[in-house]
Design a protein around this ligand. Structure first.
Ligand code: NAP
Length: 247
């Protein structure tokens, strides 16, 4: 029997590591968007399944006992596909997602419903923007006559704002270096998705220290399903679901 982890996140890699160490047969699935992804322990497959039908077929053909959707909080489509495929094949499905970030004293956050909303908020907040929302969907900012420092893991998709600089980098980041980067580029406002987790939270600390406003894009809604926020709770759920008792 196989456990399928829909991955692309640190939690997915941590879960794969624990399960492989415990002798389980695990396949981690990656979308294939990142040129040199950090690979999880155990078996890995790369690329789309071909919609919910393709995923359902894959679950049946590979004798999958349970699916853990540990994809990024903003990966909406694969979450919906997983819910449909799991329902159609009667495969237990668990959502594993780290909690979102919470505003702290000294923060000046504005919540946006999506990237388009974030773009509409920017002109009132500053002329020099640190844009850290990832490489996709930046067309939302393309019409703005502001300067952008765009940071992402792989080159961003066009169209991009006319005045910009691209910085290719990957976390984890440290507050002191984030602060130095923002000072060096005279950043006036930060844009981020509410990705949560410690790997990329340093920019929020730096913005707080520098008294900069932050536009935080809200997480999209995911399908209702069993869900946990830690790898440990995912392991317990798997044990109860597949073996009938906690590990
Ligand atoms: P998405 O919009 O939810 O998915 C688009 C399509 O990509 C899906 O329909 C599926 O294709 C394929 N796909 C996505 N994740 C997959 C996976 N783990 N394994 C196999 N196929 C997958 O996804 P996205 O927002 O482009 O994100 C792609 C991947 O990058 C995710 O796995 C996610 O964990 C990771 N990631 C995303 C973000 C973000 O901000 N969106 C940030 C960091 C990491 P088919 O329909 O053909 O199966």
């Amino acid at each position: 029997m196989t456990l399928l982890i829909l991955g692309g996140t640190g939690e997915a890699r941590d879960l794969a590591k624990e399960l492989v160490a415990g002798g389980e047969h695990v396949v981690s699935s990656l979308a294939g968007r990142v040129a040199r992804p950090k690979l999880p322990d155990g078996e890995v497959r790369v690329g789309g399944f071909g919609g919910p039908e393709g995923l359902a077929r894959w679950l049946t053909e590979n004798d999958v006992e349970a699916v853990i959707d540990a994809t990024h909080p903003f990966a909406e489509q694969i979450g919906a596909n997983a819910a449909t495929a799991a329902r159609e094949t009667n495969t237990p499905l668990l959502r594993l997602a780290r909690p979102g970030w919470t505003e702290q004293p000294g923060d000046d956050w504005q919540w946006a419903d999506d990237l388009g909303h974030a773009a509409r908020l920017l002109p009132g907040l500053g002329d020099r923007v640190f844009l850290t929302s990832g490489r996709q969907g930046l067309a939302a900012f393309a019409g703005l006559d502001l300067w952008f420092l765009i940071r992402c893991v792989d080159p961003p998709e066009a169209p991009l704002p006319r005045r910009h600089e691209v910085l290719l980098d990957r976390g984890p980041y440290e507050p002191a270096k984030e602060r130095a980067l923002m000072e060096q580029h005279r950043v006036q406002v930060l844009v981020t998705k509410d990705s949560g987790g410690g790997m990329t939270a340093a920019k929020l600390t730096a913005a707080r220290e520098l008294d900069l406003p932050v536009v935080v894009v809200r997480r999209p809604l995911r399908p209702e399903t069993a869900s946990v926020t830690t790898v440990q709770d995912a392991l317990t759920w798997l044990s109860v679901t597949t073996k009938g008792s906690p590990a």
